[in-house]
Write a protein that binds this ligand. Structure first.
Ligand SMILES: NC(=O)c1ccc[n+]([C@@H]2O[C@H](COP(=O)([O-])OP(=O)(O)OC[C@H]3O[C@@H](n4cnc5c(N)ncnc54)[C@H](OP(=O)(O)O)[C@@H]3O)[C@@H](O)[C@H]2O)c1
Length: 236
């Protein structure tokens, strides 16, 4: 990836940061975004990356960010905020609308930007999940987003080829997000996964980043969702 420009939206923590680090180690020039200035500074220092403040919930700012990129770029990864869980009867529909605006309409916006700003044969990768593929109480927002991401990458791949569009679908990944969601239950969850997953270990952000780097560099891959969950979905 020497000399490639790799853009990681939400690249200051977790899966995004691990991907930025791996791309940097592969001699790519990395541009990361995030909201927290302290974490942006940390990535700038660690990776020599260009680090840009960007809230993915701000559509105008996203458009301006892409307009300011040194076109063409080679690869784009879209990470960002996690899901929210609530039963349909109780959820704040305004919050649900904002989520879909950012993740679904925002996804279309990013595809549109990448159609002209990613070089032919380059890639756009989204992050999805394996956990909400089956119906369960309280996960409808995540389930809709999961189904939508599969549809988005397939249709976008047809429309903007030879730019390639894929998603990785992760199970539990041991990131700052997971630590925040689980709080005091984090260590028990890790142990449960060590005991139950076929791989007998917890999946970390580097595992997901390795798959994302593969999707960036293997030019045969487009329009699909690739699972990285240590076999978690087999243990339901
Ligand atoms: N961890 C898992 O188990 C798991 C499993 C399946 C799917 N995923 C998905 O993978 C993605 C990344 O998860 P992660 O675990 O790596 O999370 P993370 O450690 O919290 O990292 C999220 C990154 O995105 C940035 N971000 C969050 N909200 C943003 C916003 N509104 N605008 C711009 N940047 C934003 C964060 O920086 P700032 O907060 O400073 O902006 C950070 O750089 C999420 O979409 C998550 O739902 C995670």
């Amino acid at each position: 990836m020497k000399g490639n420009i790799v853009v990681v939206l939400g690249g200051t923590s977790g899966i995004g940061r691990a991907t930025a680090r791996l791309a940097h180690e592969a001699d790519a020039d990395v541009i990361v975004t995030g909201r927290d200035p302290v974490r942006l500074d940390a990535v700038r220092e660690e990776l020599g990356a260009t680090a840009v403040a960007l809230d993915l919930g701000d559509a105008g700012a996203v458009t301006r960010f892409f307009a300011g990129l040194p076109a063409p770029v080679d690869h784009v990864l879209v990470s960002g905020s996690g899901p929210f869980y609530a039963p349909i009867a109780e959820m704040d529909l305004g919050q649900a609308g904002a989520f879909f605006e950012q993740h679904l309409v925002g996804g279309l916006r990013i595809v549109r930007e990448c159609a002209t700003r990613v070089r032919p044969g380059g890639s756009l990768t989204f992050i999805s999940g394996t956990g909400a593929r089956h119906a369960a109480a309280g996960i409808s927002i995540a389930a809709i987003a999961t189904a939508a991401t599969s549809a988005l990458v397939a249709n976008a791949a047809l429309e903007i080829g030879p730019v390639r569009v894929n998603a990785v679908a992760a199970g539990f990944v041991d990131t700052e997000l997971s630590a925040r969601l689980l709080g005091d239950g984090l260590e028990a969850r890790r142990q449960d996964l060590r005991d139950s997953l076929p791989v007998h270990r917890v999946i970390g952000p580097d595992d997901v980043a390795a798959l994302i780097l593969h999707l960036m560099t293997n030019t045969a891959l487009t329009g699909s969702v690739y699972d990285v969950d240590g076999g978690q979905q087999l243990t339901r």
